[in-house]
Design a protein around this ligand. Sequence first.
Ligand SMILES: NC(=O)c1ccc[n+]([C@@H]2O[C@H](COP(=O)([O-])OP(=O)(O)OC[C@H]3O[C@@H](n4cnc5c(N)ncnc54)[C@H](OP(=O)(O)O)[C@@H]3O)[C@@H](O)[C@H]2O)c1
Length: 319
Amino acid sequence: MFRLITGIPGPSGFGSASTAEQVTQGIDASKLTAIITGGASGIGLETARVLALRNARVIIGARNMEAANEAKQLILQDNEKAKIHIMKLDLASLKSIKSFAQNFIALNLPLNILINNAGIMFCPYGLSEDGFEIQFATNHLGHFYLTNLLLEKIKKTAKSTGIEGRIVNLSSVAHIHTYNRGIKFENINDKRSYCDKRAYGQSKLANILHASELSRRLQAEGASVTVNSVHPGLIMTNLFKYSGVFMKILKFFTCILWKNVPQGAATTCYAALHPSMEGVTGKYLADCNEFKPSTYARDEILAERLWDFSNKIINAAQN
Ligand SMILES: NC(=O)c1ccc[n+]([C@@H]2O[C@H](COP(=O)([O-])OP(=O)(O)OC[C@H]3O[C@@H](n4cnc5c(N)ncnc54)[C@H](OP(=O)(O)O)[C@@H]3O)[C@@H](O)[C@H]2O)c1
């Protein structure tokens, strides 16, 4: 908390006040291709801008192509050499995710970095196109499925180039505030027990469990791909559109804890690009430093159960 408020750097040399540009200063990413989900706004847009500034080729996956095109133009205004592509991706639709992955693979590009950034928060109860509770579907299931579909490509790229692949899941400190047993496996879509805050916390817990389980699996097979999850900090973005007055009051009383967007994208960019993160996997980062997440987030049995559960319900939805 002291470091968060003062911005004093942690062991990595960076802290809450560091920006995405600062943590990637001097890094040449010209050999790298990255996909960023939800890269048309907020933290994702800044991440895309900074990765492109470091000469990476960046593919923004977005559900709103008009907003994605505006984001692309904005990045190009700042840096006319930016290699930015936009592709349609709706994480609340398994069909859209599959077609995004197929379209990307058809491009025959390498894939070094996957940033699972898109998210929604505190929205009223709703179901995805495939019938899953919308926050769990968008924040976790969609990214879980997307990662599975792109994993072979990431592994092959790492093997053929000798450059480690990196997957970064955007989680949140809100993963602490979840349902009683962590994940509501028995009634994931239940409307009566739905709580918008806990559903968000559950989905962000799932982001960490997904990263740690995938990390263990990749390590077991000796793949040169790391997977980490990050809490970007508190940043006022469109994410808060469902929070209204409550969040404005909270921000007023906690203004000292909030970051701006360039600071909010720093931990993602650090995890995706920084040489100190080479070989670091299965970790949870905040303010560009390793942090210990909640007990549920460190529960390997829960992570394995979530993995099997996610596969099972995705397969069932497709049959
Ligand atoms: N801001 C914070 O304080 C904070 C704190 C902790 C964690 N995070 C995490 O950081 C990530 C980025 O959030 P942000 O603050 O940058 O919010 P944001 O500005 O609202 O960005 C979220 C992005 O996700 C996209 N998205 C939402 N649903 C989607 C779907 N079904 N398919 C494809 N894209 C979808 C949004 O697109 P649309 O514009 O079309 O909705 C938007 O571009 C999220 O995962 C969030 O949970 C943020």
